[in-house]
Design a protein around this ligand. Structure first.
Ligand code: ATP
Ligand code: SF4
Ligand code: MG
Length: 392
């Protein structure tokens, strides 16, 4: 792996990286296969049974031609039952990779969760550690217990099948004991639930016959068809215009309450999070830099990055000549520094910031921030644990 910041890689270095990647990914795949054969290695217990998901020091890396990209590196946060958790941060900070790790939909073999646990509550006192769970079990989980809504509804739907058939298929897959009439009745019920007036007509339509907002409603119907415990919505409204955005978000929130599910809402739009989330997780360069209730994050942002994000958000009724933007760039993902990742952009740094990466510091029961500014006043919890890939 290249240790410097230069993007130039010699032929020799490139061959070394390729060889290393091949060896490590082969070993990790083999270990995963072994772990998947033994239920005791992927069965665990929730730290708190009131959570649906617990990310515990999760490390997901990509073994690429230019070196190891630590896309998600020591991520810790919980998704409580019946709650909406917003995950925010700028492009490339690891939001989608966090959710793909939970669904086990990473691009393998180059993408691997190399450390930590992702616990999913089975509801019977036990939990699955998704990291080691075999594909046969994941297939049953995806769509029925955890489902996903993507940014672009057109690409999520199959253009050559009718809407009704696509929803029917999902229900049939997860509820094999249902008769054809029951499946169809359930599909129509779902279409009604997501606010489609002409449900019989839409049942027979193809995706291209619907508007973007309607298609996203169909995607929501598919995602919720089996009453999942967790809905992952990755930028669900980015492709839609503003008026439709609000309707879709309202719909999602109402259905979540109706089905007693939880939502992991991934977005770079703080306005979306403010209106919907109970808790907010702020990510920066593959790590969680701050997490807390929506009220704490919006009214008492504490990490300099979160403070910068809040300042860069337009406020209705407030006139400004120019919106604030955070100066500088995110560090090179294949050669992260050994100090605070935000230091080179931070306007609030102090002497302590010259030290190693800051630990997580609890500043209220629910509010945790990774920044030395709170070292004295908060409870120091610990540092996110990275994985040394040379030891794999
Ligand atoms: N298949 C891949 N191969 C190599 N690197 C990848 C791959 N997928 C993601 N990454 C890297 O992982 C990091 C995190 O990406 P991710 O897609 O999670 O960002 P994000 O926070 O979802 O951004 P956005 O807001 O743009 O969707 C990025 O640096 C990205 O380049
Ligand atoms: S630890 Fe220091 S450099 Fe990092 S965000 Fe906090 S104040 Fe800034
Ligand atoms: Mg993304």
């Amino acid at each position: 792996m290249s240790e410097n910041n230069s993007s130039y890689i010699s032929g020799k270095e490139s061959r070394r990286i390729t060889k290393f990647n091949r060896r490590v990914t082969k070993k990790l795949e083999k270990e995963r296969e072994e772990a998947g054969k033994d239920p005791s290695r992927y069965t665990t217990k929730m730290r708190n049974p009131d959570n649906v998901v617990e990310f515990d020091n999760v490390c997901t890396y990509f073994f690429t031609d230019v070196g190891t990209v630590k896309a998600v590196d020591g991520v810790n946060f919980d998704i409580p039952k019946h709650a909406t958790v917003g995950v925010v941060g700028e492009s490339g900070c690891g939001k989608s990779v966090t959710s793909l790790s939970l669904m086990q939909l990473l691009q393998r073999p180059s993408g691997q969760t190399v450390g930590g646990e992702i616990r999913f509550n089975n509801g019977d006192g036990s939990a699955l550690n998704i990291v080691n769970t075999p594909n046969s079990v994941m297939e049953k989980l995806r769509g029925s217990q955890i489902s996903m809504i993507f940014q672009e509804p057109m690409t999520a739907l199959n253009p050559v099948f009718r809407i009704g058939d696509q929803i029917d298929e999902v229900i049939r897959l997860h509820e094999p004991e249902m008769s054809e009439e029951q499946v169809r009745a359930r599909t129509l019920e779902m279409l009604e639930m997501v606010g489609i007036a002409n449900k019989e007509g839409v049942y027979r339509m193809y995706p291209h016959e619907l508007s973007g907002g309607m298609r996203q409603r169909i995607c929501i119907a598919i995602a919720l068809a089996c009453s999942p415990k967790l809905i992952i919505a990755d930028e669900p409204t980015t492709a839609l215009d503003v008026t439709i955005q609000a309707q879709i978000l309202d719909l999602l929130q109402n259905l979540k309450d109706k089905l007693s599910s939880s939502i992991m809402l991934i977005t770079h739009d703080l306005g979306v999070v403010a209106g919907m989330a109970d808790y907010v997780v702020v990510m920066y360069a593959g790590r969680v830099v701050e997490k807390g209730t929506a009220d704490e994050i919006f009214h008492h942002p504490s990490h300099p990055y979160t403070i910068g994000l809040m300042r860069s958000k337009p406020v209705v009724g407030q006139k400004v000549d120019q919106l604030y933007n955070i100066p500088g760039n995110v560090p090179n993902p294949v050669a992260m520094p050994d100090y605070c990742y935000f230091r080179d952009r931070c306007e609030m740094k102090c002497d302590r910031c010259a030290r190693a990466y800051p630990p997580e510091i609890r500043i209220s029961d629910t509010h945790v921030v990774s920044c030395y500014r709170y070292y004295e006043e908060g409870e120091v919890l610990g540092v996110p644990q990275s994985v040394d890939v040379t030891k794999l």
